[in-house]
Ligand binder design. Structure first.
Ligand SMILES: [Zn+2]
Ligand SMILES: [Zn+2]
Ligand SMILES: [Zn+2]
Length: 436
C-alpha cells in the first residue's frame, strides 16, 4: 500500500448554502470537483492521508483579529464560521501532532479581509488564516509565523492585519497589481514603522510560467524564510495562477503548484482563490496534497496541458529577476529602513480609503501607530463607512510593552462616545474584547 511520507490532514468544506450568486465563479463547485478528484485518485486510501471534520470558530476567535462593524454575526454567515473553523481544525491537528501537515480545502476564502470589516471585499468577509493563526497563538503559545500567499491576487487583507507585527512574516507572490485586482502589493509596501521588512511583496508580470514562479520561490521566498526562522509556515494556497483561470493572466501549471508546495514545506495550507473550476482546481489541489504528503506527483497532468504554450517569454525573465533582487535588498536593509521611515515621516499616522467591491461600501480610515522598539505598538483606527458607521478601534498587541498598554488604554478611555457609534478595545495581552 502507498504510504505518505508526511502524515497529512485534509478538511473539505464546500459551503453548499453560500454563494455570492448562483453563477459567480466563487461557488461550491470549486470544491466539489476537487473532492471527486481526490476520491478518484484514491488519495484518501493512502496510508497517512486523513480527512478531518471542520470545527466552527467562535466570535471570540474572530474578535482576536477583526473589528467587525457592528459585530461579527452581522458581517458573516455560518459558512464563514465553518470555513475559518476548517483552518482551525488543521492548525490544531498540526500543533497537537496528530498530523505533520494539513490542507484546509474550504470556502468562502479570507485573504482580502482587513482588520476592520464593514462587509465583503474580493469575496472575503473574515480572514480565515489570521483567525486560525491568532487562535494558535492564544492557545498554544506559537510566536513567530510566516505566511506565504501564493494566490494570484495580492493578499492585501492579510498584509493589513500583520502590517505592524514584526513576528509575522507575510510574503505575497502575485500578478502585478497594475494589471489585476486589488491593485496593491508593490515592493514599496514592506511593513509599518515597527515591522519594517516583515511584509514582502513579489509582484510578477502577467504570463509568468512555472519557471518564473519557482525562480521567485527559490531566490527570494526561501532565503527570507530561512533567515526569519518561523515556528510555523502557512501557505495561503490560492490557485488562480493557473493558465486556465478565467479571471487572471498567469501561466502556472498543476506540476508547478506541486513543486512550489514541495519547496515551501508549509505546515498548513489554506485554500484561497482559484476559479478554473473543472480545468485546474481538481489537478492543482491533488498536486498540492500529493506534494504535502511527500508522494510522487510526476504523472499529474491537466487534460489540456501543453508545455509549448507555457514557455515563459524571455522579456519577462529579467523583470522577475529584478523583483527578487529588490525584495532581497529590502529584507537585508530592513533595520536601516526602519530608521529612515521614522525620521522621514516624523509622524505615525496614515489615512486611507478602502473599497469593498463585493458589497459596494467605501471606508475612510485614519490610523495611528505608536512607534515602539519593544513591541508591535499600540494601534488606533478611526473608521467610517459609506453606510454611516463611525467606529474607533484600539488594538493592544500580543506582547505589548507597558507604555503601549498605557497608551492604548488612554485612547480607549478618552474615546468620546458622541463622536463614534462604537468604540472597541482588542486587548491581546488579556485576550479580551471590549465594546463601549
Ligand atoms: Zn497572493
Ligand atoms: Zn485570488
Ligand atoms: Zn510597545
Amino acid at each position: 500500500m502507498l504510504r505518505a511520507k508526511n502524515t497529512t490532514g485534509l478538511v473539505f468544506f464546500p459551503a453548499f448554502d453560500w454563494a455570492i450568486s448562483p453563477t459567480h465563479p466563487e461557488r461550491e463547485e470549486r470544491l466539489l470537483y476537487t473532492q471527486d478528484q481526490v476520491l478518484e485518485e484514491g488519495l484518501l486510501d493512502i496510508d497517512g492521508i486523513v480527512e478531518l471534520k471542520p470545527d466552527i470558530v467562535t466570535v471570540e476567535d474572530i474578535n482576536r483579529v477583526h473589528f467587525c462593524v457592528p459585530d461579527a454575526e452581522a458581517v458573516t454567515t455560518e459558512s464563514h464560521f465553518i470555513s475559518a473553523g476548517g483552518a482551525k481544525t488543521i492548525g490544531k491537528a498540526v500543533l497537537d501532532k496528530k498530523i505533520e501537515r494539513g490542507f484546509a480545502l474550504v470556502r468562502p476564502p479570507g485573504h482580502h479581509a482587513n482588520r476592520v470589516v464593514h462587509g465583503a471585499r474580493g469575496f472575503c468577509n473574515i480572514n480565515i488564516e489570521a483567525v486560525m493563526i491568532e487562535y494558535l497563538r492564544a492557545t498554544y503559545g506559537v510566536d513567530r509565523v510566516a505566511i506565504v500567499d501564493t494566490d494570484c491576487h495580492h493578499g492585501d487583507g492579510t498584509q493589513d492585519i500583520y502590517w505592524h507585527d514584526p513576528d509575522t512574516l507575510f510574503i505575497s507572490i502575485h500578478q502585478d497589481g497594475r494589471t489585476l485586482y486589488p491593485g496593491s502589493g508593490f515592493l514599496n509596501e514592506f511593513g509599518g514603522p515597527n515591522a519594517v521588512g516583515t511584509t514582502i511583496n513579489l509582484p510578477l508580470p502577467p504570463e509568468t510560467c512555472d519557471e518564473g514562479f519557482l525562480y521567485a520561490v527559490e531566490h527570494a521566498v526561501l532565503p527570507i524564510l530561512d533567515e526569519f526562522q518561523p515556528e510555523l509556515i502557512i501557505n495561503s494556497a490560492g490557485q488562480d495562477n493557473h493558465y486556465s483561470d478565467p479571471i487572471t493572466n498567469m501561466s502556472f501549471s498543476a506540476q508547478g503548484y506541486a513543486r512550489l508546495t514541495e519547496m515551501l514545506k508549509a505546515d498548513i495550507a489554506v485554500l484561497e482563490g482559484g476559479y478554473s473550476i473543472e480545468g485546474a482546481l481538481p489537478y492543482v489541489n491533488a498536486g498540492i496534497i500529493m506534494a504535502m504528503a511527500g508522494i510522487d506527483y510526476s504523472y499529474l497532468r491537466e487534460p489540456d496541458y501543453n508545455p509549448d504554450h507555457l514557455r515563459q517569454p524571455a522579456s519577462i525573465k529579467a523583470e522577475i529577476d529584478k523583483v527578487c533582487e529588490d525584495a532581497l535588498k529590502l529584507w537585508a536593509n530592513r533595520h536601516e529602513l526602519t530608521q529612515a521611515l521614522r525620521s522621514r515621516d516624523g509622524s505615525d499616522s496614515r489615512s486611507r480609503q478602502i473599497f469593498y467591491d463585493t458589497d459596494n461600501i467605501l471606508e475612510n480610515q485614519y490610523e495611528t501607530i505608536r512607534f515602539c522598539d519593544d513591541c508591535a505598538g499600540a494601534l488606533r483606527i478611526e473608521s467610517s463607512s459609506s453606510y454611516g458607521a463611525n467606529i474607533l478601534g484600539i488594538h493592544i498587541p500580543r506582547k505589548a510593552c507597558q507604555a503601549c498598554i498605557d497608551q492604548a488604554n488612554e485612547w480607549f478611555d478618552h474615546g468620546e462616545y458622541g463622536n463614534f457609534s462604537q468604540i472597541f478595545l482588542q486587548d491581546r495581552v488579556k485576550d479580551r474584547y471590549l465594546i463601549k
